[in-house]
Design a protein around this ligand. Structure first.
Ligand code: HEM
Ligand SMILES: [Cu+2]
Length: 636
């Protein structure tokens, strides 16, 4: 393997022949059975993204049904029991099955492209993670159709969720499926960390890494530290429920607050796990649509890292009304306010980048500007509820519902839709309609504020969250009706994007490799990228390789990789000096079989613990097949 600067890499004499051979090596098998064997990072990433958006749609429909039920006083459209299932499923699916997986999906798709490599570090593990996620989601949503859906809220507090107060299967489904799919979050995180640290194109030292890659790296580390907490808590709970351990049962010497500590030790970082990649998306979009290097690259990187760290020290602000000692709680107020500092650094760097720039107001940029407006409001109410006296007043009211939708939808969903418009041409090879994109944005922006702003007032007037109805005398009817109308406008806004996407796939204008004139490596690949991503692994000399190449008219590449095996370049962690070549494994069915076997254990345990033991042996068997050494890896 050598680094070279051929005049025009695409015109090298051997390249046509090379391309066919590369294509054959990296090709994913066709057919239905072939579909289950795919391990390619872009296939897996795309599946994560599509599946997550389907869950967004389903959970969104639940959100609309909730709003319809609350539109007027004393409505009987959804009864109390179903209402509990609906808000629990809405929250659970949005947080666990939409927000995190969709961010992972974008990272799995774009990190390898942005760092200039051909796949991820452990392609089979990647596929395994996807099937775990898919099966977990289907089982959880299936439980709603079988009327055994969880109904104890998305954070599933004990003692409500204990066997005594929640008999039936609902909570069992919640605990087992949450434990199960967090495995998938962990596999994605490990993949992303190793790929980012060891597989970057030569020359892409850490301080040249695109900001989205930084954000995905921080997200992955946060997943590694946060997810085990929820896996532990839900495992302890399932043990309490199935084999009568007493971890959370007071009569048996257990401690209910332990649940809240474990859950929020995961739960607070979770919202930042969703936010951090969104911050990376915003920086990426701002760079491209101002067409100049971002202001404060280092400050942006350090503040994302700081957000990652600090977010682990805030969890008790979810527990201000549980009667913990005052001094301890004051610490958590201070920490909660502190996180506004790195968040502010991000905002100010972006404002400085936009200042005086010739901004192109394309659709992705609009969603980013919408983010600014909404996220700042959500951040301010966040600082308000970090104050204990204020929080004690609004705890468990609609003020909170307003606050966290401002943060989650403003902070994550708006940038996410912007990023979807931005990267769409790369993923599909087609452009989306700009006109429809702008309609979608304005409908969603107005609809969002009409839905959620009145909830602040409702909360201050004392309307609790999680009530299926209210009496007329409370005077909450008008604002609730307004919020419901808003939610329909919001849904229409998202609907326009959905139609835009479908239309684009069928009829959209074809996209060139770099339609927005962006500077990062993913735009050096074809649209959509070839199965091997890059014909030649690029060599990078700055943070903006495509802008450099535009000026210089040439680019350096790696040569000497074999074309008959799945080879990728390994580089050193800090400076990305090439250190070797790694051969990646071929497509196989075993990750799928293994995920199915594992899921049998997690579903079966709800009915009898013995199924877990049986599944354990089945999984062990599939792993042997998965890792069985095959010929091509043994030659030379
Ligand atoms: C389509 C737009 C949405 C609408 C109309 C909507 C509506 C609502 C409403 C009315 C509630 C309160 C139910 C109650 O307390 O009685 C709620 C709860 C919640 N929502 Fe949304 N929401 C939407 C999108 C989202 C998104 C995108 C997320 C996360 C990424 C999200 C996460 C949550 C969570 C975590 C809860 C709390 C559930 C619980 O109390 O256990 N929502 N939503
Ligand atoms: Cu929090």
């Amino acid at each position: 393997m050598t680094l070279e600067t051929p005049a025009t890499p695409h015109d090298r004499i051997d390249s046509a022949e090379q391309a066919t051979q590369l294509e054959r090596t990296w090709h994913s098998p066709g057919g239905l059975l072939g579909w289950f064997t795919h391990v390619n990072q872009r296939m897996i990433g795309k599946r994560f993204i599509i599946t997550a958006f389907i869950f967004f749609l389903l959970a969104g429909i639940l959100g609309i049904l909730i709003r319809l039920q609350l539109a007027g006083p004393e409505q009987q459209f959804i009864g109390p029991e179903l209402y509990n299932q609906f808000f629990t499923m809405h929250g659970t699916v949005m947080m666990f099955f939409f927000a995190i997986p969709v961010m992972e999906g974008f990272a799995i798709y774009f990190v390898p492209l942005m760092v200039g490599t051909r796949d991820m570090a452990f392609p089979r593990l990647n596929a395994f993670g996807y099937y775990v996620y898919l099966i977990g989601g289907i089982v959880l949503f299936g439980s709603l159709l079988l009327s055994m859906a969880p109904n104890a809220g998305w954070f599933n507090y004990v003692p409500l969720s204990s066997k005594l107060y929640s008999p039936g299967y609902g909570v069992d489904v919640w605990t087992t499926m949450i434990t199960f799919i967090e495995v998938s979050a962990l596999t994605a995180a490990v993949e992303l960390i190793v790929t980012t640290l060891r597989m970057r194109a030569p020359g892409m030292s850490l301080n040249r890494m695109p900001l989205f890659v930084w954000a995905a790296l921080v997200m992955s580390f946060m997943i590694v530290f946060a997810m085990p907490a929820v896996i532990v808590s839900s495992t302890l709970l399932i043990l309490d429920r199935l084999v009568d351990t007493q971890f959370f049962i007071v009569e048996g010497g257990g401690e209910p607050l332990l649940w809240q500590h474990l859950f929020w030790y995961f739960g607070h970082p979770e919202v930042y796990i969703i936010l951090v990649p969104a911050l990376g998306m915003i920086s990426t979009i701002i760079i491209t649509f101002t067409r100049r290097p971002i202001y404060g690259y280092t400050a942006l990187v350090l503040s994302v890292v700081a957000i990652g760290f600090v977010s682990f020290g805030l969890w008790v602000h979810h527990m201000f009304t549980t009667g913990l000692p005052q001094l301890g709680m004051s610490f958590f107020t201070a920490a909660s306010v502190t996180i506004a500092i790195p968040s502010g650094v991000q905002i100010f760097c972006w404002i400085a980048s936009l200042w005086g720039a010739r901004i192109r107001f394309a659709t992705p940029m609009l969603w980013v500007l919408g983010f600014f407006a909404i996220f700042v409001i959500g951040g301010l109410t966040g600082v308000m509820v970090a104050s204990i006296p204020f929080d004690t007043q609004v705890h468990d009211t609609f003020f909170l519902v307003a606050h966290f939708h401002y943060v989650l939808i403003g902070g994550a969903v708006f940038p996410l839709i912007g990023a979807t418009y931005y990267w769409w041409p790369k993923i599909t090879g087609r452009m989306m309609s700009e006109t429809a994109g702008k309609w979608s944005f304005w409908l969603a922006f107005i609809g969002f504020n009409v839905t959620f702003f009145p909830m602040h007032q409702l909360g201050l007037e004392g309307m609790p969250r999680r009530i299926y109805t209210y009496v007329e005398e409370m005077g909450w009817g008008d604002l609730n009706l307004l919020a419901t109308i808003g939610s329909l406008v919001l849904a229409t806004g998202f609907g326009v994007t959905l139609i835009n996407a479908i239309w684009s796939v069928l009829r959209g204008r074809r996209a060139e490799p770099n339609p927005w004139g962006a500077p990062t490596l993913e735009w050096a690949a074809d649209s959509p990228p070839a199965s091997y991503n890059f014909r030649h692994i690029p060599v990078v000399e700055s943070r903006w390789p495509l802008w450099d190449w535009e000026q210089a008219g040439e680019r350096a590449v790696v040569t000497g990789l074999r074309h008959d095996r799945r080879e990728v370049v390994l580089t050193s962690v800090l400076d990305a000096k090439p250190v070797g070549v790694q051969v990646l494994p071929a497509p196989t069915i075993w990750p799928f079989v293994s995920a199915v076997a594992a899921s049998m254990g997690f579903i079966g345990i709800i009915f009898h613990p013995i199924f877990f033991v049986i599944a354990f042996f089945l999984v062990a068997f599939t792993l042997v097949a998965w890792f069985w050494p095959r010929r091509p890896w043994r030659d030379d």
